[in-house]
Write a protein that binds this ligand. Structure first.
Ligand code: ITT
Length: 200
């Protein structure tokens, strides 16, 4: 279960998405937490209608069930021409990344207005059923006509970041962190996490 061991406060990354977990492990590396993965097979029903509601559900459930502080992310891609879809249903849009990308490109065939944004809601919760912090980050861009780039996960190859000319999949992890939805949300959470480490 342990992703990184040291003597500090323990934090569970409440996600079963390896792409997200990899980003969080990078973000958390300088903060000297003992970072644990969510226990295998733990299923959490995401019945919220907003990213923030789902992030809260996941963080509280994982914190209560593991007995450790938990950090959850609920995120997704909102496409203007599709009325904000897939939105909170981004992971349920199709059964794997390739099919999700194909389905989205098909839905946008012949459509020139391709603006979209990614949202990431983060929630930090304690095992006593307590929410410590909730933040949200957004990244605006457009949906490309064809996938570009090999990095990242999910919809990264078809999301070109506004004014950057690169898809997330064409960026290094540092570039994606600097302009991406999750990196922006995490930068709002980071000061609080630093305080927690210092309070230990
Ligand atoms: P957990 O709930 O276990 O964290 P999940 O993948 O189901 O994993 P979400 O419910 O938050 O997570 O769904 C988010 C989906 O949105 C994710 O599966 C991707 O398809 C997409 N997504 C979110 N952030 C992304 C990113 O940075 N790059 C590409 N796609 C992303």
């Amino acid at each position: 279960m342990s992703l990184k061991s040291c003597h500090y406060q323990t934090l569970v990354v409440a996600s079963s998405n390896p792409g997200k977990v990899e980003e969080f492990v990078d973000f958390l590396a300088p903060l000297q937490f003992q970072v644990l993965a969510q226990p295998e097979g733990m299923q959490i029903e995401e019945h919220g209608i907003t990213f923030a509601e789902n992030a809260r559900l996941k963080a509280l459930e994982v914190a209560t069930r593991t007995g450790y502080m938990a950090l959850a992310d609920d995120s997704g891609l909102c496409v203007d021409a599709l009325g904000g879809e897939p939105g909170v249903y981004s992971s349920r849009y199709a059964s794997n990344d390739q099919q999700r990308i194909e389905k989205l490109l098909t839905a946008l065939e012949g459509i020139r207005e391709r603006s979209a944004h990614f949202s990431s809601a983060l929630c930090l919760a304690m095992p006593q059923n307590e929410v410590l912090l909730e933040v949200e980050g957004i990244c605006r861009g457009v949906i490309t006509n064809v996938p570009r780039g090999d990095h990242g996960f999910g919809y990264d190859p078809i999301f070109e970041v506004l004014d950057k000319g690169l898809t997330f999949a064409e960026m290094s992890s540092e570039q994606k962190r600097a302009c991406g939805h999750r990196g922006k949300a995490f930068s709002l959470l980071e000061p609080k996490l630093k305080q927690l480490v210092m309070a230990k």
